[in-house]
Design a protein around this ligand. Structure first.
Ligand code: IMP
Ligand code: MG
Length: 167
């Protein structure tokens, strides 16, 4: 396992993103929707740098199983508990790879008529995802390599590592 992004670099970037969100959402009360399980570490560091009022909820999707490649088959394992209509929603992802999950979630949220919707992801495999919409806040653009740590798993392991490693 090789070190890819050191914990201190991650934390510095998380602070920069939070500061941008604080400015962009001044006077608003956004709802951060973390995508379980991977985004829980990033979300918990991110929201502790958020100075404006905000709410938190989670969605849980499944598509990878224990594989490194998306099956393309997305199922919703946990629904939202909050009201979306008329709210400012920020989806929080750990990593965008094929882009299938984020497309699915974007459509799901938009269907419920939010006042606004933005996406924040810690890692973005831009070349792999080829999305036809912008990602609003990106921690790091990464190569098409499988990475673990800081919430990211391989077969449910390594989420507890402080830094991000290449498998
Ligand atoms: P996508 O639907 O292919 O974009 O995959 C998104 C989800 O797959 C992410 O939220 C992660 O949970 C998982 N995933 C994608 N790439 C990696 C990786 O390199 N390491 C760990 N998990 C990953
Ligand atoms: Mg995930």
């Amino acid at each position: 396992m090789n070190l890819y992004i050191d914990h201190s670099q991650i934390i510095e970037r998380v602070r920069e993103i939070a500061s941008k969100i604080n400015q962009d959402y001044a006077g608003k009360t956004p709802i951060f929707i973390g995508i379980l399980n991977g985004a829980f570490v990033f979300l918990s560091d991110l929201i502790r740098e958020i100075k404006i009022d905000c709410e938190i909820d989670f969605l849980k999707l499944s598509s990878y199983g224990d594989s490194k490649i998306s099956s393309g088959d997305i199922t919703l394992l946990k629904e939202l508990n909050c009201e979306i209509k008329g709210k400012d929603i920020i989806i929080v992802e750990d990593i965008i790879d094929s882009g299938l999950s984020i497309k699915y979630m974007k459509a799901l949220i938009e269907k419920n008529n939010p006042s606004s919707l933005r996406i924040v992801t810690l890692l973005y495999k831009e070349e792999t995802a080829k999305l036809d919409f912008e990602i609003d806040y990106i921690g790091f653009k990464v190569d098409n390599k499988f990475v673990v740590g800081y919430g990211l798993d391989y077969a449910q392991k390594y989420r507890n590592l402080k830094s991000i490693y290449m498998l």
